[in-house]
Structures are given as structure tokens and as C-alpha cells.
Design a binder for this molecule. Sequence first.
Ligand SMILES: Nc1nc2c(c(=O)[nH]1)N[C@H]1C(S)=C(S)[C@@H](COP(=O)(O)O)O[C@H]1N2
Ligand SMILES: [Mo]
Length: 308
Amino acid sequence: MNLIKNKFLNFKESKVTDKKFFLNRRKFILGLAGSTYFANNLHSFSKNIENTFDDVVDRKITSYEKLTKYNNFFEFGTSKQIWKQAKKLKTDNWNIKISGSNSYSSEIILEDILNKIDLEERIYKFRCVEAWSMIVPWKGFELAKLIKILDPALDTKYVEFETFFRPEEADNQKQNWYPWPYREIITIQEAMHPLAFIATGVYGERLPNQNGAPLRLVLPWKYGFKSIKSIKKIKFTNSRTNSFWETIAPKEYGFWANVNPRVPHRRWSQEFETDIETGNKYPTQLFNGYEEWVSQLYAELTNDSIFY
Ligand SMILES: Nc1nc2c(c(=O)[nH]1)N[C@H]1C(S)=C(S)[C@@H](COP(=O)(O)O)O[C@H]1N2
Ligand SMILES: [Mo]
């Protein structure tokens, strides 16, 4: 497993307290060779993006303490004591069930993926639908790199992710009125976007259980509930099924869930967000500040539907 040492993605301890820092200044170049799916969908992904993200994130990186003690992970309960409950989760010899892939027909072992993909560090703003946010130094890899290895079936329109179902380790999964396992679905275009990330760590260390070990999704332009934790299944499909939260409350947690200050949650405003480290309030940004990079994904969807 190699960790890419990139000047801009790699931060030093001293940087952590800096007010301003670079998030990312590298070129996003999508290698497209070698797969049926990509050979047939070149047009969607052939755009190079070069940018700095320092205006997206000009806040202090959230401390390790806060980031690993203030969590949402409903499998382990609804309080903010998730970090204690999550100790029970067994993450060794983790495998992931794959379907709709041309190159894998059943399970893959996480270690095998990690041997094929270089890891990098990225600092993203993370915005929960509950109107709090934090700045996270993730370690991991672009989801697109994994998708290229998995080589999705040609008719793929959506990527579906599922968390484990282990009531013996995750107490709240004994509450059988929840539609377990936790599930999330995004479009293949969203999944291929260079900002879509699979995290395997934070602060240069392995991901703690409470943050979704051993691997979780990170979609910084969407509300946090889309960033599904502890992934056990990845499915490429051409039909859309309901996610965990859509099943529970479709009017409150829709499919797109792109961050938008103008579109309130049914029970509260989304105009502002509170930084969990400092308690400071900031205005919510459209697409959580990533509009410039992701708005193209929604160019054909003209109305507000993409925010529900
Ligand atoms: N499997 C699973 N994934 C999940 C959740 C969950 O309850 N179960 N909660 C989501 C929500 S609402 C948020 S805000 C983030 C929280 O991530 P964090 O605890 O690492 O901050 O995880 C998301 N992923
Ligand atoms: Mo959330």
C-alpha cells in the first residue's frame, strides 16, 4: 500500500492550525483506457479540471477528538456516544460483494483493492443535513479508480452501496422497524466525479470504527447521509431503488440531497451551519462550496429537483 506524497494534498501538523490552506491543486486527469464501459462513455468523463480549493475551505481542520467523538452511525445508536458502541465492529478480513461488474463476479477482499490503488490525502468540508459541518483530512482514493478496476456493465446508470447487517455487533440493528442495512444510491456520473472519494483513513491513520471503518464513501457536495459507512456491497445497476433514509422519510431525505442554503429541510432551515469544532456559524454554500466542480453533473436537470 503506497501513500502518495503530494505537496498539496499532504499536510503537516503545523498546517492543521493554519487558517488558510490548500485543499488540492492537482490536475484531475481521468485515465479512460481499458474498459468497455468507459470506451463507450468517453464524452462524459473526458474533461480535465484544474483548480485550487482554498476558497472552499478556509476554516481550521476539525480536531481528531471532535471528528471521532461526534458521529452519526445509526447502526450503533442515536446518541453521540457512537465511538464507544462501534468498538464491537469487527473489521478484519473485510470483503465486499460486487455485482454488475465485468471483472469481478462475487466478492473482493479489501486488501486486494488497496494493493492496486495508491492512497492520497484530501481535506474536504463535510456538511450534515442536521446543519453542522466539519473540515476533515481524509485518507483514501478516488471512487473512480475503483470503478475502473471493477469495470461496470455497459447499461449501468446507478451505483448502489450497502453497509453490513450484524445485529450481534451493532445493537441498533436489533430495532427491526428500521429498513436495515443502510443503503445509498448515486448516479454513475456522480460516482465517477473526481471529488467522489472512498476514505480508508483520517489524519493519516486508519479510519476509526465510528467513522465507517474500514472504508466509507465521501461526497463533499451532498448532505452527509449520502456518505455511507462500512461498505459491504457495491452494485452497478440500471434501476434506482430507495435508500435507507428515503425509505424512512422520503420527503426529508431525497435521492439527490445536494447541499443548498435556499432549500430548507422540512423541519429546519439550511441557511447556516455550525462548525462542530468552534461552534461558529457560517452561511451554507451551494453544493457545500463545490459548485464550480460539480454543477456540470446537473446541467441537464434544470429545476430544483436536484436538491431533494
Ligand atoms: N452506514 C451508515 N453510514 C452513515 C450513517 C449511518 O447512520 N450509517 N450516517 C450518515 C450521516 S447522517 C452522516 S452526517 C455521516 C457522519 O459521518 P461521521 O460520523 O464520520 O462524521 O455518516 C453518514 N453515513
Ligand atoms: Mo448527517
